[in-house]
Structure formats: structure tokens, C-alpha cells
Design a protein around this ligand. Structure first.
Ligand code: UT7
Length: 335
């Protein structure tokens, strides 16, 4: 008879982020498309975004965040067993961005892969990493959430270009060492019926790149903003309630709600429905815009800097993105 494996508890043991120095603010955007600072701020909550210089790719930002998280943890790249890069904007189809990050940081003892979860890239990747570590097969996973959204944003489409920015975050997932300070659980969903509401139509096997796809601007994000907005509010609340209830908690127990940063109004609507006061909601979208897989680590880092996140806090992460993907991770902050 085969014994069931004993699963270990896991924790996020370190966090670091990187954003490129280039800034694209609302004033500059209003010289590029027919928009205003007032419209963008009121409808989205965004003031500025960080944008990479030409030639800088997702693996470059991922490398910076990875080296920073290793430095914070006092570790070397050789200490990593597996790298997972959550991204929608890989440097290229192949090799994977995980392989590029591995090479750029010189992590010689690991394997790895990319995870395509769109805006749920970080929540999905953390929970996969947690499962890999919990079995005992891996001791240390490097999770990178990184996106170069400026590479797929149409800067002639005012309804989309105001929303996105570039950035990266990295965490280490290791076995838990202190009682209760751990990744408690996760709940995820995927619903492909939402595909047409948010997609980049060309460049893949369905519509390979041709002069025509380029002329038709099919290599950029196409979005039904209102459909995504409504789905995001409803599902953020739903997945948050699900992960809390399944683990015996209510929204009152949450110290900090760190949602994917797509639109200030989406986050606050979901928080209101959950009965969470603004004091328990982390929002930093004004400084970065929507950086897809990087928003949650960027928000966690700012929460720490602002003294709003400390060891032992019950933290609820939630995300909704293209696919549609829906993710949530419930954890006690262990750093
Ligand atoms: O991670 C997931 C990624 N995506 C999202 O989360 C997006 C979710 N959706 C949204 O955040 C919002 O739907 C948007 C911010 C994209 C749009 O806000 P909205 O309040 O839903 O605006 P709307 O689409 O209903 O458009 C209202 C008006 C329209 O003009 P008319 O038809 O009323 O004359 C738009 O053409 O606002 C116009 N508009 C703009 N005006 C100035 C759209 N974009 C802009 C703009 N500046 N940048």
C-alpha cells in the first residue's frame, strides 16, 4: 500500500519588485490620444505608469526583481530549485521567459516554466509554487510576476492605452518555519467563454503574423472594457468569499485585501461588497497602472513600505484577468 505523502506548509519568505525608470503620465498621454488627466483619474485611479526603454524585455525586469529578492533573503541563484514566471508578455514564444531569467541570474540548479494566467499570473504561480514545495520535492521556488504591457498596448486606442504599465515582482516560496505563518489556501477558476472580452487576436497559431494582421492592428490588446469591469467586480467578491469561507474566515478577519490593480473602481466596488473598509484595502494603481502579473507584488511591497502589512497579518490576494482567469490566495504574512 502506498502511503499518502505528508504535505508541508509553505510561506512567502521574501518579496522584491522592480519597475523601469521611464514614466508615462496622464499629461503625456493626453498629447498622444484624445483623453484628459481628469478622465483617466476619475475612471481608473491611474496617474502614472512606468514604461521600459526600447530593447528592455520582461526577462530583464524579472531578472532585476529576482536578484533583489535573493539579496533580501541572503541567498544566491544556486539556492533556487524551480523558477515560475507568470507573464502575458514573454520575451518571445520560446524559449520561455523562465529560461531567460534562469540564464540571466545564473541559477544553475533549477528547472522552470512560464505560466500564462494573464492578470492572475501571480496568484496562480504562487499557488503552483506552494504545491511544488509542499510535497518536499522542492525547497525553494522563485516566483516572478512580470509584464511589459507597453509591448502589446495600442497607443492609438485611448480606451486601453491609459490603463497599462510595465513592472515586475518576485517572491520566494519556502517551507513554513513558524506555526501559522503560511500560505493557507487558494481558490482559482478559469472561464474561456470570456476570451473575446479581452485578448490579443494575432501572433499565435490562430492568426499567425502577416502584413494583414499588422495593418489591422491585431497584435494589440482588444478589450470590451465594460464586460471586463462587471465580471471583475462580481468574481473578485465571489472568489474572495469562497476562499475565506472554505478556510473558516470572514472578511472581518482580513487585515489587508490586496487585489489585482486594474481599476480603482473595480477594487473599491469589490471591497464594498465584501464589507471591507478602505483602511483594509491596498491600492497603488495611481503610480503604476495595470502591470498585469506584477500588480500584486508591487502592491504588497508598497503596503510594507507604508507600514500597512506586518508579520502575522491575514492577507487576502485576489485577481481577475483575461481568459477569464480568477484567482485568490489566503495567507498569513510571514516576512
Ligand atoms: O486586468 C483586466 C484588464 N482590464 C480591465 O480591468 C478593464 C476594465 N474596464 C475598465 O476599467 C473600464 O471599463 C474602462 C476604464 C476601460 C472604461 O471606463 P468606462 O467607465 O467603462 O467607460 P466607457 O467604456 O463606458 O466609455 C465612456 C466614454 C465613451 O465615450 P462615449 O461613447 O460616451 O462618447 C468612451 O469613448 O468614455 C470614452 N473614453 C474615453 N474618454 C476619454 C474611453 N476611453 C477614454 C479616455 N479618455 N482614455
Amino acid at each position: 500500500m502506498v502511503n499518502a505523502p505528508t504535505l508541508r506548509k509553505t510561506r512567502i519568505s521574501a518579496l522584491a519588485t522592480y519597475v523601469p525608470p521611464g514614466i508615462l503620465d496622464n499629461k503625456k498621454l493626453s498629447t498622444m490620444v484624445d483623453t484628459t488627466d481628469e478622465w483617466i483619474l476619475q475612471r481608473t485611479g491611474i496617474k502614472t505608469r512606468h514604461i521600459v526603454d526600447k530593447g528592455v524585455a520582461t526577462s530583464d525586469m524579472g531578472k532585476e526583481a529576482a536578484l533583489r529578492v535573493l539579496a533580501k533573503a541572503g541567498l544566491t541563484p544556486a539556492d533556487i530549485d524551480v523558477i515560475i514566471v507568470g507573464t502575458t508578455t514573454p520575451d518571445m514564444f520560446f524559449p520561455s521567459t523562465a529560461a531567460l531569467v534562469q540564464h540571466k541570474i545564473g541559477a544553475h540548479n533549477c528547472w522552470g516554466f512560464d505560466l500564462a494566467g494573464a492578470c492572475s499570473g501571480f496568484t496562480f504561480s504562487v499557488s503552483v509554487a506552494s504545491q511544488l514545495v509542499s510535497t518536499g520535492k522542492h525547497n525553494r521556488a522563485l516566483v516572478v510576476g512580470a509584464d511589459t504591457m507597453s509591448s502589446i498596448v495600442d497607443y492609438q486606442d485611448r480606451a486601453v492605452c491609459v490603463l497599462f504599465g510595465d513592472g515586475a515582482g518576485a517572491v520566494l516560496v519556502e517551507p513554513a518555519v513558524e506555526e501559522g505563518l503560511e500560505i493557507i489556501s487558494f481558490e482559482h477558476e478559469i472561464d474561456g467563454s470570456g476570451g473575446p472580452a479581452l485578448q490579443m487576436p494575432a501572433g499565435g497559431s490562430l492568426n499567425p503574423s502577416t502584413h494583414e494582421t499588422v495593418e489591422k492592428r491585431m497584435h494589440y490588446i482588444k478589450q470590451d472594457g465594460q464586460a471586463v469591469f462587471k465580471f471583475a467586480v462580481r468574481k473578485t467578491e465571489e472568489i474572495a468569499r469562497k476562499v475565506l469561507a472554505k478556510n473558516g474566515f470572514t472578511a472581518d478577519d482580513v487585515a489587508l485585501f490586496v487585489s489585482h490593480q486594474a481599476n480603482r473602481r473595480i477594487i473599491m466596488s469589490a471591497a464594498d461588497r465584501l464589507g471591507l473598509p478602505e483602511s483594509k484595502v491596498m491600492i497603488n494603481i495611481e503610480d503604476y497602472g495595470n502591470t498585469t502579473a506584477a500588480t500584486i507584488p508591487l502592491a504588497l511591497e508598497d503596503a510594507i513600505k507604508q507600514g500597512r502589512l506586518k508579520k502575522g497579518d491575514l492577507v487576502l490576494l485576489a485577481s481577475v484577468g483575461a481568459g477569464f482567469t480568477v484567482g485568490s490566495v489566503l495567507l498569513r504574512w510571514a516576512v
